[in-house]
Design a protein. Structure first.
Lengths: 166, 269
């Protein structure tokens, strides 16, 4: 759960808080856990909800990558550094980051993601496609659009860098 | 295979929805993609690149260390919340009882409150069990000799540095089992290891140690006489547990004494 929270928040302090909050909520709602063998998915769902609620209280996000435009196919990438991956995730909007976590971290199928987020399968596919292409471009070290005066700004400052927790 | 740009984009969306090494391509929704992949070499190459990248990203996604002590902090917070909930439930029950004693006609709410209180207690017990199961190994568990032998390797490494040793006589030093080890020790120091948070190493000379461990676990060793543990490199290990204290004697290959000389059988603990 901590790892999931860290990938969501991008900071150790926030991830620890989110993890703790997740378990406290789980403690309160334990009776709702019908299938103990699916406890991990249940906890991830609580973690997501807590994260989104916390984000909703903050000011609107700024400085994140616009993924509404479909970029050109991203190049193949080699082994991915954990810190580099986090930096790339941090630049994505929350909804895109969430869907990528459901896909890569929880290894859910597009159908399961659609059910989990209550959105159409087509939306899952297009969001995954755009999010993954942005992620791969970033990981491949390609210039980001704002580097050439485009629409992307640096993400808002976060807490401790990812490497500090590793 | 000729394809319009929007058709290719739709296929890319489908490709993106397929998990690395998953079987999503066999889904009915993916039949168009499966067909296109058979017919279009460029698309197939793109598919291969994407699968490779997805595998690399998925592998990196879990590559994070969990901060030390986080589980303990969360468990403490959960216990505090549980205690607060129980207290609140108890107060509610008492208040309900008080109200009911003043007004007997309110017997229904009284019964409900008691039920709620009992439910809260049961829920608290379940939560504790859940938390323990999730975060920690059982509070007290049986630890086999083979695992202890592995622990000892770490403990010896932790004891090896020259600094920190003392021969001060205090309550810590009193852990030394003088009756069974009359030859005594040269010096001692406290250690914290990942297996046992608090143990004391007594330097027996010649690279040999006695580890005295206040533990909540039950190691599968005798209390009397001691058990011997298998070890490599000429090291000889004897261990016994007396109540909540585990004793482990480790004689190095340089130490010419044998375990029976160092530990008096029959007077251990």
């Amino acid at each position: 759960v901590y790892r999931y929270a860290f990938r969501l928040t991008g900071s150790q302090a926030d991830a620890e808080d989110l993890t703790q909050q997740t378990f406290l909520v789980a403690q309160q709602k334990l009776a709702q856990l019908r299938q103990p063998e699916r406890a991990a998915g249940w906890l991830f769902a609580i973690c997501r909800t807590c994260f989104l609620k916390a984000r909703a209280k903050r000011r609107p996000q700024d400085g994140q990558v616009d993924v509404t435009e479909l970029p050109a196919p991203a190049p193949e990438i080699g082994p991915v550094d954990s810190e580099q991956l986090q930096a790339a995730l941090d630049e994505l909007p929350d909804e895109t980051r969430l869907i990528l976590l459901l896909f890569y971290f929880e290894e859910l199928s597009y159908r399961e993601i659609a059910r989990e987020l209550d959105i159409p399968i087509g939306t899952v596919m297009s969001r995954l496609s755009r999010g993954k292409q942005r992620l791969r471009q970033r990981l491949a070290g390609e210039e980001r659009p704002n580097d050439a005066g485009g629409h992307v700004a640096r993400p808002a400052a976060r807490h401790a860098p990812a490497r500090s927790v590793l | 295979m000729n394809m319009l740009p929007h058709e290719r984009d739709r296929l890319r969306h489908m490709m993106a929805a397929c998990r690395p090494d998953g079987e999503d391509l066999a889904d009915a929704e993916m039949s168009e993609l499966a067909f296109a992949l058979r017919e279009d070499a460029a698309l197939r190459a793109e598919w291969e690149r994407q699968q490779h990248s997805d595998r690399a990203i998925a592998a990196s996604m879990h590559d994070l260390a969990v901060p030390a002590g986080l589980a303990e902090r969360i468990l403490a917070a959960a216990a505090a919340a549980e205690a607060a909930d129980s207290k609140a439930a108890a107060v509610t029950a008492v208040q309900a009882d008080a109200r009911a004693s003043v007004s007997p006609v309110q017997s229904a709410p009284k019964r409900f409150s008691r039920r709620a209180w009992v439910a809260a207690v049961i829920a608290a017990s379940l939560l504790t069990a859940f938390g323990t199961w999730f975060f920690w190994p059982p509070a007290s568990r049986q630890i086999p000799k083979e695992l202890l032998a592995d622990y000892v390797v770490d403990w010896r490494q932790a004891a090896a540095p020259a600094e920190g040793w003392t021969n001060r006589s205090d309550s810590v030093a009193s852990l030394f089992p003088t009756a069974s080890m009359p030859a005594g020790y040269v010096a001692w120091k406290r250690l914290a290891t990942r297996q046992e948070p608090s143990l004391v190493a007594f330097n027996l000379g010649s690279g040999s140690y006695l580890f005295a461990v206040k533990t909540r676990h039950k190691y599968q060793v005798n209390s009397i006489p001691f058990s011997t543990l298998s070890a490599t490199g000429g090291v000889r290990i004897a261990a016994w547990q007396s109540g909540d204290v585990l004793y482990v004697v480790v004689l190095s290959s340089d130490d010419e004494r044998n375990l029976q000389q160092v530990v008096r059988t029959g007077q251990v603990g």
